[in-house]
Design a protein around this ligand. Structure first.
Ligand SMILES: Cc1cc2nc3c(=O)[nH]c(=O)nc-3n(C[C@H](O)[C@H](O)[C@H](O)COP(=O)(O)O)c2cc1C
Length: 356
């Protein structure tokens, strides 16, 4: 069954999932309405509920259902609505199952290898896509999914070292520039997928993520074998983005030299703006959590250098002093606020021109 073909994408653009709260129903639905794939982040979507710190699990499930429905309504039958679920989070299977029940079209999953994703209740109804950082990871996933579930991914996101948020590379690789360039990763993943495309007699589309900024970048990824691109940071400076005005303005103000690589309690490096929080942590400070939402499988509140959930919630609310402002390496290129229809139209025109 070719589940990717059933998605109504008129543009090969996925708006990357952005947690916490940066991509929820409004952004995702607006992108889908333009024929792309809008993605809701499942990282604590209930953060703004008054009872969030008392009952994070309950608030998150309620918020997720609300945002999936909102996005589907805004999409008006166009494009596709997906969730981004991180393997490193607690309640992973329950969250994915709730999104499927609420009517999401696809599940995109990374921050670890989503080895058990096809076993989630309802997974046969939707398109499944792992996020990988190279050929080895996608081969491992395909072998295991094929053997255990008789299924391979419906599409794949390849994320390179220029992405925002958590990165699937070591801090050294990112800082020294030795991580492979995105187009090389795209070629590697396309090659690794070949035997599986043959075995299942269908194409497994690959989307390139991390530092893709304009239509010419999308066309370049296509020339290297990708079907399209996943773009995140650029969507933050849109009126429809679910983050506060403060977050959006921080992205518009940022220059290339304001970007830092930080160590995240998730156990991976991350890319973010040099905010006061980052400066305090880089001086060796520890900001002990005052409360815990039990959101990450491997987080130890007694030892973590800071609570990433608190820091990301403060960021999405626009608190420059305490927030962790995730962004991609291209944030310095963003000059002004726009709207999702204007951005999608621009990307589409640039992409078509670059293909000629
Ligand atoms: C603010 C922000 C939050 C993000 N949160 C997540 C997340 O929760 N899960 C995830 O898999 N990727 C996350 N990402 C990565 C994006 O989905 C995307 O793949 C990547 O940023 C693409 O690169 P670009 O921002 O240069 O376009 C995040 C990125 C940003 C900028």
């Amino acid at each position: 069954m070719n589940r990717f073909e059933t998605l109504k994408l008129s543009l090969p653009i996925i708006q990357g999932g952005m947690g916490i709260g940066v991509s929820l129903g409004n952004l995702a639905g607006s992108v889908a309405a333009q024929g792309g794939m809008g993605v809701i982040s499942t990282a604590n979507p209930g953060y703004a509920y008054p009872d969030f710190w008392k009952d994070p699990a309950g608030c998150n499930l309620e918020a997720l259902r609300f945002h999936v429905k909102k996005a589907k309504q805004l999409a008006k039958g166009q494009g596709a609505v997906a969730i981004n679920a991180m393997v490193a989070t607690t309640r992973y299977a329950e969250t994915v199952a709730a999104a499927i029940q609420s009517g999401v079209d696809a599940i995109i999953s990374g921050a670890g290898l989503p080895l058990t994703l096809p076993a989630v209740e309802g997974a046969e109804q939707v398109a499944l896509a792992p996020i990988v950082s190279g050929g080895r990871a996608i081969t491992t996933i395909c072998k295991l999914w094929d053997k255990r579930f008789g299924r391979v991914p419906d599409f794949v996101v390849v994320e390179g070292s220029q992405a925002g948020g958590h990165l699937g590379f070591s801090k050294e690789e990112v800082l020294s520039g030795t991580a492979k360039p995105l187009k090389e990763l795209v070629r590697e993943v396309c090659q690794a997928l070949e035997p599986w495309q043959q075995k299942y007699s269908r194409k497994i589309p690959v989307f390139a993520a991390g530092g893709v900024f304009d239509g010419a970048d999308i066309a370049e990824m296509e020339r290297n074998g990708a079907t399209g691109a996943q773009i995140a940071t650029r969507f933050i400076a849109t009126e429809e983005c679910d983050a506060s005005e403060g977050y959006k303005q921080a992205m518009i103000r940022a220059k290339a030299e304001d970007v830092r690589i930080v160590q995240s309690p998730v156990g991976m490096p991350g890319r973010a703006l040099a905010s006061p929080l980052i400066q305090r942590l880089s001086q060796g400070g520890r900001i002990a959590p005052v409360r815990c939402a039990n959101c990450l499988v491997h987080c130890q509140p007694s030892q973590t250098p800071y609570c990433i959930t608190h820091a990301l919630i403060e960021a999405v609310k626009g608190n420059w002093e305490e927030g962790l402002f995730f962004c991609g390496s291209n944030v310095g290129k963003i000059q002004q606020m726009t709207t999702v229809p204007a951005l999608m139209q621009r990307l589409s025109q640039e992409w078509k021109r670059a293909k000629q």
